[in-house]
Design a protein around this ligand. Structure first.
Ligand code: NAD
Length: 339
């Protein structure tokens, strides 16, 4: 069993911790928090050992009656790998700490691609990240794009892709962000950074993917509208490509899965913890091919699609399994994912 430390037990950190606990080849040796809030209490109730992420804050936990095991520096040397799930920008500073303690680490999508040795997606860069020390698991949007591009690429040659990303305003628990009554071009410049981010995982697509992004007042999911020029394909071939690709599947609007709201209801009905949908749903009705150009729409559950990727990334960096498809299968089975 390899030993994993989760630094930052928030939206992504708590999900990655739970997913690790479902695997047979890895365990969580501790989770860190900066504040003694309800998540800190629940981490202990779930059986995780809790550590203060910042040593000077240990007394805050003691004062609020939350029993911690110490600070991150009391456990970091026991870890085979740290999964850094701190807010975007913090991971960069933490990287220096991981290097000092000579421990491998995974950063998340909120960090810049060039801070690390390489950028991870289970389908595209498992082999490249194999045995490496410092890797970034790419963002929720980039992960969703990597999966659909893999599916399309498995049945035809991709010449160019244009993507409009319709992004959720905030996560459901985030009361500080908006918009409330606006649609915000974000970034207002085109292309957005999402295309180059896909290029950090799939260098051969650099320059071939042009993205623009807007933020809308919703919290449930992101949505992507893709237009992909190919050397030639059919609607049936694209559907087949999606069916063959792990962690992406088609949904039917006609059957009632006609919005991000009903898709989240579907995840609830599946009995998913925290109504997570780790897989990417693609609207079957939206898939069309006009003059060799593929059109389709997909949704991304921003809080959960990157979670199985983090698990595969641990296996790749610690050289636990040398075949990406084998790791994907292990992770999917343990987490009870579709297909
Ligand atoms: P979050 O704010 O929900 O959780 C971050 C956690 O880290 C919190 O518990 C916070 O208390 C803790 N923290 C803050 N400063 C810390 C420090 N110095 N050391 C240790 N812990 C600290 O954030 P999140 O949404 O889980 O995002 C984490 C990372 O994952 C970011 O890089 C983000 O861009 C990326 N990401 C987020 C989403 C999403 O939709 N939430 C999706 C994909 C990737």
């Amino acid at each position: 069993m390899v030993k994993v430390l989760i630094n930052g037990y928030g939206s992504i950190g708590k999900r990655v911790a739970d997913a690790i606990e479902m695997q047979k080849d890895m365990e969580v040796i501790g989770v860190t928090k900066t504040r003694p809030n309800f998540e800190a209490k629940m981490a202990i109730e779930k059986g995780y050992k809790l550590y203060a992420a910042i040593p000077e804050r240990k007394s805050l936990f003691e004062e609020s009656g939350i029993e911690i095991e110490g600070s991150i520096f009391d456990v970091i040397e026991e870890a085979d790998i740290v999964v850094d799930c701190t807010p975007g920008g913090v991971g960069k500073d933490n990287l220096e700490v991981y290097k000092k303690y000579n421990v491998k680490a995974i950063l998340q999508g909120g960090e810049k691609a060039h801070y690390v040795e390489d950028n991870f997606n289970s389908l595209w860069s498992y082999d490249r990240c194999y045995g490496k020390d410092y890797i970034r698991t790419v963002s929720c949007n980039t992960t969703g794009l990597c999966r659909i591009l893999y599916a399309i690429n498995s049945v035809t040659e991709i010449l160019k892709a244009r993507v409009v990303l319709i992004r959720r305003g905030a996560d459901p628990n985030d009361i500080k962000k908006g918009p409330i009554n606006a649609i915000v071009p974000n970034p207002p410049t085109v292309p957005s950074h999402h295309g180059p981010d896909v290029g950090s995982v799939i260098p051969e697509f650099n320059g071939k993917i042009v993205t623009s992004a807007i933020i809308v007042p919703t919290t449930l999911m992101h949505m992507h509208s893709l237009m992909v020029e190919t050397s030639g394909t059919t609607r049936e071939a694209i559907i087949e490509g999606i069916e063959k690709t792990p962690r992406i599947f088609t949904v039917s609007a006609e059957e009632g899965l006609n919005s991000t709201a009903t898709i989240i209801e579907y995840a609830r009905d599946l009995g998913r913890n925290r109504y997570d949908l780790n897989e990417i749903p693609v609207w079957e009705e939206s898939i069309n091919v006009v003059d060799n150009e593929v059109f389709l729409m997909q949704a991304v559950h921003q809080e959960s699609d990157v979670v199985p990727e983090n698990i595969d990334c641990i296996r790749s960096m610690l050289q636990l399994v040398d075949d990406n498809m084998k790791s994907i299968e292990m992770t999917n089975k343990a987490m009870g994912l579709l297909k």
